[in-house]
Design a protein around this ligand. Structure first.
Ligand code: ZN
Length: 357
């Protein structure tokens, strides 16, 4: 009960990339970089295992960025033709590359790190890929002339890579779709269909991660405009509930998402974000169980997986490891309280301060 996982990324070792920043430049090059990425992958697996994480990832140690790590091995993109584009509905501006021809994979994108991770752990292995809607929100187009058509072209490539990852022994493939929170109408029109293209024929479990973004200033400013209740998920959950995606990864800790919205996803396993990645305070086990207690009011216990709100790539590593330890301790405490409850001891799964007499 309550297995733990992480959204996907972890801080990189200081010898591999500059710490504490997104898009951190590599400190190695050529063969050294290729070898260093795999060393860092093994380290990330070991550190997750030591932190008691049940469903581990490669920590995204081989990618500079969660979208561009995939795009780098796609033919048909001109990385020298950078265009300034307002992304996530103009929340921030980014210099993005341009699609200039038919999209094709040059070769397998993540085979090395997936096989390396698989070889070094017996635990369940999750692997993340960017979702089609988030990709097309992060790239310019001068070839397809139709962004939806381009999204389905990317979805085909994602499917190719996802099938390869499943064959490599990955247990869960998660598509990161922060754009789902920004364009709910498009999610219902074509976003979930594109996701279905990406998971077509997959033999392992599938997941979608829909968050409110890393803890960077532009995202914090955006969150401040969303009001007292964040109900974005409500617009897309009914369609997601009907989808063939097995798991949904959500931001729940310190977010203003009403937890009652989780009831709109019957039958889905929920990766409940119980660790905030946007602050520097390490959660306590009680903080984590408080999120579990709220989730349990709307989701059956056997459908709850405990996770982080989002990736930890730009975080200080000592802070990240402290937060993962809190996740493990919180999961353990929640299991104990559930066991007590099942034995009829009547101990509610709530922190003492919040229990009602
Ligand atoms: Zn995220």
């Amino acid at each position: 009960m309550f297995p733990t996982t992480i959204a996907g990324s972890l801080p990189k070792p200081v010898w591999l990339a500059e710490p504490n920043r997104l898009w951190a430049p590599w400190k190695l090059a050529g063969q050294d970089l290729a070898a260093g990425k795999l060393d860092a992958t093994v380290l990330a697996i070991k550190q997750q295992e030591d932190a008691g994480i049940d469903i581990v990832t490669d920590g995204e140690q081989s990618r500079q960025h969660f979208v561009h790590g995939f795009l780098e091995l796609v033919d048909g993109i001109d990385f020298t033709r950078k265009v300034e584009m307002g992304i996530r509905n103009n929340r921030y501006k980014a210099m993005v590359p341009t699609v200039v021809g038919e999209l094709r994979l040059k070769r397998r994108v993540h085979a090395e790190e997936a096989r390396c991770a698989r070889a070094h752990t017996r635990r369940q292995l999750k692997f993340t890929l960017p979702g089609p809607m988030t990709i097309i929100d992060t790239i310019a187009d001068s070839h397809y002339g139709d962004r939806v058509k381009m999204a389905f072209a990317f979805a085909q490539l994602l499917n190719e890579e996802a099938r390869g990852l499943a064959a490599d022994g990955v247990d869960v493939i998660q598509f990161d779709e922060p754009a789902f929170n920004v364009y709910p109408e498009q999610v219902n029109d074509w976003g979930i269909e594109a996701m279905h293209t990406a998971v077509h024929g997959l033999t392992c479990a599938s997941a979608v991660h829909i968050c409110y973004g890393y803890g960077i200033q532009a995202n914090l400013d955006w969150k401040a405009t969303l009001g007292g209740e964040w109900r974005q998920y409500e617009l897309i959950f009914p369609a997601l509930a009907r989808s063939r995606i097995d798991q949904v990864s959500l931001e729940c800790r310190n977010s203003k998402v009403p937890m009652s919205l989780l009831a709109l996803l019957p039958g889905k396993a929920i990766q409940v974000g119980a660790i905030d990645v946007a602050n520097e305070t390490t959660e306590t086990a009680e903080d984590v169980t408080a999120v579990v207690a709220e989730a349990l009011r709307h989701v059956p216990a056997d459908k709850i997986i405990l996770s982080t709100n989002c990736g930890m790539a730009p975080m200080r590593s000592d802070l990240a490891w402290g937060k993962l330890a809190a996740l493990r301790d919180g999961a353990e405490l929640a299991r104990q309280r559930m066991a007590n409850l099942n034995r009829g001891n009547g101990i509610l799964l709530l922190p003492q301060s919040r229990q009602k007499s």
